[in-house]
Design a protein around this ligand. Sequence first.
Ligand code: SAJ
Length: 408
Amino acid sequence: MVNVIGLGYIGLPTALMLAAHGVEVVGTDYNEELVETLNAGRTTFKEDGLDSLFARAVEAGIRFTTEYQPCDAYIVSVPTPYDRESKKIDAGYVVAAVESVLDVARSGAVVVVESTVSPGTIDRFVRPAVEARGLVCGRDVHLAHAPERIIPGNMVRELMSNDRTVGADDPAVGQKVASLYASFCQGEITVTDIRTAEMTKVVENTFRDVNIAFANELAKICRSDGMDVREIIRIANKHPRVNILSPGPGVGGHCISVDPWFLVGDYPELARLIRNARETNDSMPDFVLSRAADIMAECGIADVSKVGIYGLTYKEDVDDVRESPTLQMLDSMRRHLAAGACRVYDPWVERDVAPNQVHSMDEFLDGLEMAIVMVGHSQVKGKPELFGDRVLLDTRDVMGSGGNVYKL
Ligand code: SAJ
């Protein structure tokens, strides 16, 4: 039996995937409401293919509880935030979850940390928690790290097809963990040591952050001197070894906007490019605001209440608002301008997460003169006509090139 600890964006699909592929699984989360929802037969977030996977896992006998289970294998998938001041990882949730696991684990159990952690976190925080109980790593408890790589919006397919990494002290334990994941993962599973696995995962997300920052910096340079950044990137990408990503309103989500900070926090003198990239991406919501102010002036729009923000999630066609550029922008507006003067709408976000949030496109467009498109949801992508002749600031380059469409 495998006890999956933490039933969020990663833990839940992983638990369901294992169960649907013949592994006996109990999912544990300390959030009673979440466990009740799952036990009532409902999933807790929207993701393509998740509901049918859920149905298969339930049929296969998966159980959800707030209790930790005595067994031989655990997968810990809990949040790893960073401290906003020091930028270092806050391993508190991981350590607390491992502590609870150790209260019930059978001797010789394998504890797999799946949460993304900075290199050395398991040595610095998890191993000492094991040893403080007089337990010996490699005898009483086996530690491993198996970070995921799935992308929200395509999680279910990527869980099965992506290559994976497993880090373990003992290669034999690494292979055991790899064969557990191989129950559903058809990708190649590389077995290595824990620190290499930790670093690799953070490096992957940092690579993407740095590359997005490059595109965003180009957008700023081009805007300052009347050049078309999208056309320049399109042509540059025809070079066989150039692949520039897309500029946008900033980088959100719980992975790419967080993980690079771990390296900045731990290696402040060395991680200079990485820090710069993070700062560039974090500056984009303010860049959107100043661009919007210029366009308002150019179009003679003076009333902020006639300007609306479309999109609250961190990217298209997901319901996740964590670290989203729109929330960062609203925060900045609160600090600099009249609070909540713009209306906000996102078809994927039903709950209220922002001031002046409306819940239908009609309500959003009523009396609106200008929309700032922060997310290219399929609802509007390629459909500028939905906005009529209103002025559009298209931060994602998804609205074509009509006369009323302005780009970043
Ligand atoms: N973005 C841009 N320009 C681009 C690409 C993305 O501005 O060209 C923005 C997005 O709009 C979003 C943010 O960056 O705000 C991140 O989005 P994403 O789609 O690049 O990545 P995530 O956060 O949804 O998922 C990432 C993935 N990591 C990589 O691509 C390296 C995924 O594979 C990881 O498993 C996941 O993080 C994770 O859990 O770490």
